[in-house]
Design a protein around this ligand. Structure first.
Ligand code: AHG
Ligand code: MN
Ligand code: MN
Length: 334
């Protein structure tokens, strides 16, 4: 028989989510449905991205987001698509998004969940056909159901995430997520419109030889990070930096490596956002055996005080993150 015909049918994301739910006898199915809503929005955004050069969706939108960053048309489109899918689903009472100033109340006051998201990560790469992504975190509300989600519901520590994931729109489109029982990756098969389990139980190598950092800004970096970058060069590590956090993170997760966005002279808290980018990837990397820190604190233990809070991010293979922390402690000791 033809080898291809002999291959078993893969596990779809839907079936995988369903099977996982069966592991928890008292689960209501709400979280499962919420994950399906996210996958549906991802398919829609994927479609828009694939046609980006053909439709009028590239370029700037003409407005800035609350962080003073120029919004791209696809930032706005992705934001709308995800919000709509989450609103329709009914499981989410409130959403916080990198592209929105304030908490979005979905009107689903009975919904038990909060979603934090970076609807499109890597905006500077949209127009040049380089990988981009979506990042999300899911929390359970702490306020009583029956009214709108509160700011406190939205500002929970990363340790309280019940699920987190990302979609990378790359050479293929992948959805990677965790619910706290390991990390699994699914590849999108566009002709069938389904995500299939392609990377079961992802574990990240304990160490690696790839470092990802925008070294153009090195003059403004702390001495410890400068010293670590010299250490990488002394050890002949490879530099790989696309400028889309999701894509840089995904590569390092699979191959072993470290991603660094440190505090800089201009931006003492770094650039990346705790609620939309750092917590989610920190949860995933830890579930895969890696680490995430701001240099002093475990990312997931940072207490959020505002929606658009930024923090330095050092994330990846455990031994490499430990090494950076050694350099940072040495700097403090001097
Ligand atoms: P976003 O497009 O969601 O604003 O995120 C951009 C982030 C991140 O994806 C990337 O790693 C980083 O900005 C790149 O910043 P530099 O251009 O300063 O390297
Ligand atoms: Mn981003
Ligand atoms: Mn973004």
């Amino acid at each position: 028989m033809n080898d291809r015909l002999a291959l078993p049918v893969g596990t779809t994301l839907d079936r995988f989510i369903m099977r996982k739910q069966e592991d928890f006898p008292f689960a209501t199915g709400e979280l499962s449905q919420l994950l399906r809503d996210i996958a549906l929005a991802a398919k829609i955004v994927n479609r828009e991205i694939n046609r980006a050069g053909l439709l009028d969706v590239t370029g700037t939108y003409g407005q800035q987001n609350v962080q003073g960053e120029e919004q791209q048309k696809l930032d706005v489109i992705a934001n709308i698509r995800f919000i709509r899918a989450l609103r329709n689903g009914g499981e989410v009472c409130a959403i916080i998004s990198e592209e929105e100033d304030e908490v979005i109340h979905t009107g689903n006051t009975k919904g038990s969940y909060i979603v934090a998201m970076d609807p499109l990560d890597g905006s500077s790469n949209i127009d040049v056909n380089v990988s981009i992504g979506t990042i999300f975190s899911i929390y359970r509300r702490t306020s009583d159901a029956g009214c709108n989600g509160t700011l406190e519901d939205c500002l929970q520590e990363g340790t309280r995430q019940v699920a987190a994931g990302y979609i990378v729109y790359g050479s293929s489109t992948m959805l990677v997520y965790t619910t706290g029982h390991g990390v699994n990756g699914f590849t999108y098969e566009p002709s069938l419109g389904e995500f299939f389990l392609s990377h079961p139980n992802i574990t990240t190598p304990k160490t690696g030889t790839i470092y990802s950092c925008n070294e153009g800004g090195v003059n403004g970096f702390p001495e410890s990070i400068k010293n670590y970058l010299s250490y990488c060069k002394d050890n002949n590590y490879s530099a790989r930096y696309i400028g889309s956090l999701v894509a840089d993170f995904h590569r390092n997760l699979l191959k072993g490596g470290i991603y660094i966005y440190p505090s800089t002279a201009k931006a003492p808290n770094g650039k990346l956002r705790l609620m939309y980018e750092c917590n989610s990837l920190a949860y995933i990397v830890e579930q895969a055996g890696g680490k995430a820190t701001d240099g002093i604190r475990r990312i997931m233990e940072i207490e959020p005080t505002e929606l658009h809070q930024r923090c330095p991010l050092i994330i990846g293979s455990a031994d490499m993150v430990d090494k950076v922390e050694e350099f940072m402690k040495a700097e403090v000791a001097v």
